[in-house]
Design a protein around this ligand. Structure first.
Ligand code: MG
Ligand code: ZN
Length: 235
C-alpha cells in the first residue's frame, strides 16, 4: 500500500537529499508497524475498517451520513480527519453514528498513530462498522496505511473525469471506487462513461459504484456491498 519512494533525480550525489530520504523511509516504516498493530487490534475487536479517501468536497461525510441513517440498526463509528473544526464529527453524530474528530492542524493526511489514539477514544469493541474518513487530499493519504481492511476512494461529478489519471497512486491503492454526486452529472456535463473508463484504466480490479447520497440513486447496491464487507466477521 505504500508506494515506492524514488530518489530525486538531481543528477549528482546529494548527501542532504539522501538524509531526507532516510528520514522519510524511517517514518514510513514506523507507520507500517503501527498500522499492523491497529489491524491486529481491530481484528481482535471483531470489527472491520474502511478508510475513505478523496479530494476535499467529494462528499465523504454526506455519504457516511446517509449510510448511517439507512442502516440505523448497525452501531457505526467514524474516525474523522480534518485540519480544523469538529463539523464533520457533529454531522456523523447527527445521523446517529459515533464519531471522534481527529484535528490534524497542518497535517494533510491521517497516519496510523492518529488512528490508534482515536480508536482508544471511540471504543471499538462494541462497533459493527468502523470507517475512517481521511483528510480531503488525493496525494499523501495514499502512502499511509492506517490498518484498514478496505480503502474506498471517492470522486464526484463536480470534478473532472480525469481525476484517476491525474492521481493514479491513490486510485490504485483503493479496492473500491465511488463516483459520487451522480445526481449532478447532467448539470455539470460530467461524462460517467469516461470517468468509469479512466478508473478502469488506472485500477482495473477496483469495484466501481455510482451513487448519490442526495437522490439515493445507487445507494442500495452500496449498502449491500457494505453489509457484505463489514458483517461477515461479526456473524
Ligand atoms: Mg468530510
Ligand atoms: Zn499529507
Amino acid at each position: 500500500m505504500i508506494p515506492d519512494v524514488r530518489l530525486p533525480d538531481t543528477g549528482e550525489d546529494d548527501d542532504a537529499s539522501r538524509r531526507v530520504l532516510n528520514v522519510r523511509l524511517g517514518l514510513r516504516k514506523k507507520n507500517d508497524e503501527l498500522a499492523a498493530t491497529n489491524r491486529e487490534r481491530f481484528r481482535a475487536a471483531g470489527v472491520r475498517v474502511a478508510n475513505v479517501v478523496s479530494a476535499p468536497g467529494s462528499g465523504k461525510t454526506a455519504l457516511l451520513e446517509r449510510t448511517i441513517f439507512e442502516r440505523s440498526g448497525r452501531r457505526v463509528g467514524v474516525l474523522v480527519g480534518d485540519l480544523a473544526t469538529e463539523n464533520d464529527a457533529n454531522r456523523i453524530r447527527g445521523a446517529g453514528g459515533r464519531a471522534v474528530q481527529i484535528v490534524t492542524g497542518t497535517v494533510c493526511h491521517l497516519d496510523a498513530a492518529m488512528v490508534a489514539r482515536a480508536a482508544d477514544d471511540i471504543g471499538v469493541d462494541d462497533l459493527d462498522w468502523l470507517f475512517v474518513e481521511n483528510v480531503g487530499n488525493l496525494v499523501c493519504p495514499a502512502g499511509y496505511d492506517l490498518g484498514e481492511d478496505l480503502r474506498i476512494v471517492l470522486f464526484s461529478a463536480t470534478e473532472g473525469e480525469d481525476k484517476p489519471l491525474k492521481y493514479p497512486t491513490i486510485f490504485q491503492s483503493a479496492q473500491w471506487a465511488v463516483l459520487s454526486k451522480i445526481d449532478l452529472a447532467a448539470a455539470t456535463g460530467f461524462d460517467r462513461n469516461a470517468a468509469r473508463e479512466n478508473l478502469r484504466r488506472i485500477s482495473p480490479r477496483a469495484r466501481i459504484f455510482e451513487l448519490s447520497a442526495k437522490s439515493g440513486e445507487g445507494m442500495t447496491e452500496w449498502l449491500e456491498a457494505l453489509e457484505g464487507f463489514f458483517d461477515v466477521q461479526r456473524q
